[in-house]
Design a protein around this ligand. Structure first.
Ligand SMILES: C[S@@+](CC[C@H](N)C(=O)[O-])C[C@H]1O[C@@H](n2cnc3c(N)ncnc32)[C@H](O)[C@@H]1O
Length: 200
């Protein structure tokens, strides 16, 4: 992400996350989406793609409570400890998810699939957008395979010309598709979130 004059790494969301013991300020993006669309409920199973350092999983873990479970996957480790969550350190592109589910006692389909996956940005617009699209398509595919009918899907995307095509694809798969730019997303950021409500 390019940093403009107004960029403040220790903004109010950063400070709030520290105060509330969340691993990252990104938690407030998922919280806003969940408060608007009621994505996650008690007792559910949540698959969190690109989960490190762990704030979305922390939020999901609290929402699903002790009758629910969260499975997170990321290239980087997660150090937060959550009773009802399991974290896998791996590249989602290479992972045999069925084997992971089996070895950790998860029985798909999941109630919710969330993806905050993002590539390491290079500052080269076309490269960053192409890598974001690849991760977004991967998340869409995982949700097609492992999200239950009626389940909800959240996916980060760096805005590009591929936006309309992706939205169309999601509209074919979900009863409703919302596009969100959360309040806590930095103003100069190109990220938006697709929210697929109720898988067909
Ligand atoms: C913005 S961070 C996620 C923050 C997280 N939602 C949280 O709240 O703590 C994006 C993550 O996507 C992960 N990621 C990118 N490509 C990935 C891949 N191919 N497989 C798994 N994780 C990936 C990165 O390692 C990074 O940790």
């Amino acid at each position: 992400m390019s940093r403009s004059k107004g960029y403040n790494p220790r903004d109010r969301f950063f400070l709030k996350a520290k105060e509330e013991n969340f691993a990252a300020r990104s938690v407030y993006k998922l919280q806003e989406i969940d408060q608007r669309f009621k994505i996650i409920s008690s007792g559910q199973t949540v698959l969190d793609l690109g989960c490190s350092p762990g704030s979305w999983s922390q939020y999901a873990s609290q929402k699903v409570g002790n009758r629910g479970r969260v499975l997170g996957v990321d290239l980087s480790p997660v150090t937060v400890k959550l009773e009802n969550a399991v974290f896998i350190e791996a590249d989602l592109r290479d992972l045999k998810l069925e084997e992971v589910f089996q070895s950790h006692g998860f029985q798909p389909p999941f109630d919710v699939v969330i993806s905050d996956m993002a590539p390491k940005t290079t500052g080269i617009k076309n490269t960053d957008q192409a890598r974001s699209l690849e991760l977004c398509e991967l998340a869409v595919d995982v949700a097609q395979r492992f999200l239950k009918p009626g389940g909800h899907f959240v996916c980060k995307f760096f805005h590009s010309n591929d936006f309309a095509g992706l939205r169309k694809q999601l509209q074919a798969n979900y009863k409703k598709v919302e596009i969100v730019k959360p309040e806590s997303t930095r103003t100069m950021s190109k990220e938006i979130f697709f929210v697929g409500i109720s898988k067909k």
